[in-house]
Design a protein around this ligand. Sequence first.
Ligand code: COA
Length: 320
Amino acid sequence: MIGRICGTGSYAPPKRLTNDDLARFIDTSDEWIQERTGVVTRHVIEEDTTVTMAAKAAKSALEDAGMDPQELDLILVSTLSSNVIVPCAACEVQKEIGAVNATCFDLNAACTGFLVAYNTAQAYISSGMYQKVLIIGSESLSTVLDWTDRGTCILFGDGAGAAVLSSEEGILHPMVTHSDGTKGGALKCSSRHVKNWEAAEAAGDTHLFMDGQGVFRFAVKKEPEAIRELLEKVDMTVDEIDYFILHQANKRIIESVAKRLKCDIAKFPMNIQEYGNTSSASIGILLDELNKSGVLKKGQKIILAGFGAGLSWGATLIEW
Ligand code: COA
């Protein structure tokens, strides 16, 4: 058995911060941010939380799938920025949408999280353990950013993306995922729970820290490698793939991956200009936009590829 995506959904909080808005409180400019990253605006939470965004994306995906929440037997939420530790975000989503028959748990693989959630869903479905699975990537990164650090805060944003998978006859394609914990220091966030009010001022390591250039070099090398490794495993060429839906981290990273694969950039849809980097939500949000706008057609071959903190990276083939 394999899982087929039968519905997608996404949600972004209404408040948008433009590059010009950021330039009012940090030393930066719209021109610099657009040129180095491709980001124009990002959405940030005011009333929403990681859980409320996840639930809204989930409802939209279920509606798209025409599926009753009670049919779900597994809910996976991928997040690194949940507003709850226990109960897990997935249980909170279950409560919100009334998916009373689902088993629920969270996973954290940072920006590779949507991909890992998809792979986990496929592993359970192909084992026969679950049949109808909801995967969600939801992030409120605005709550873990140091808004005085122009090297990181300009990149990220909040939002949620979701997909519903339903089992059907078929053979599971091989998947590619890798992790390298020895390089974890390049992108880290220790804890958002400072010990006390005196510690709050000096709580530098409770904000997201990033070695921007190190992460850039890692992404442009490892992502094409993972895609090539996957293509070899499934015995396909770049030309046979209709779209590459990459984690939206930086426009220049995506352009570099396309160039290294010697592939037309038109096959690499992007929405980073609107949302910035939403970590584990980004692939789900983009997938939903492409689905709802009718870009994706039945039978198309699509590669999902992600990379990020851990360090972690990978690629997966889906047939639409
Ligand atoms: N606005 C204006 N200038 C800025 C700036 C900003 N927001 N951020 C950094 N600068 C300055 C630096 O201080 C530096 O100035 P200097 O030359 O006077 O020292 C100059 O711009 C170049 O900085 P650098 O860090 O080399 O820029 P960059 O081209 O590497 O771009 C990132 C920085 C963060 C955009 C880029 O490294 C990146 O996108 N890395 C990958 C990050 C990523 O994808 N992370 C998530 C992975 S899931």
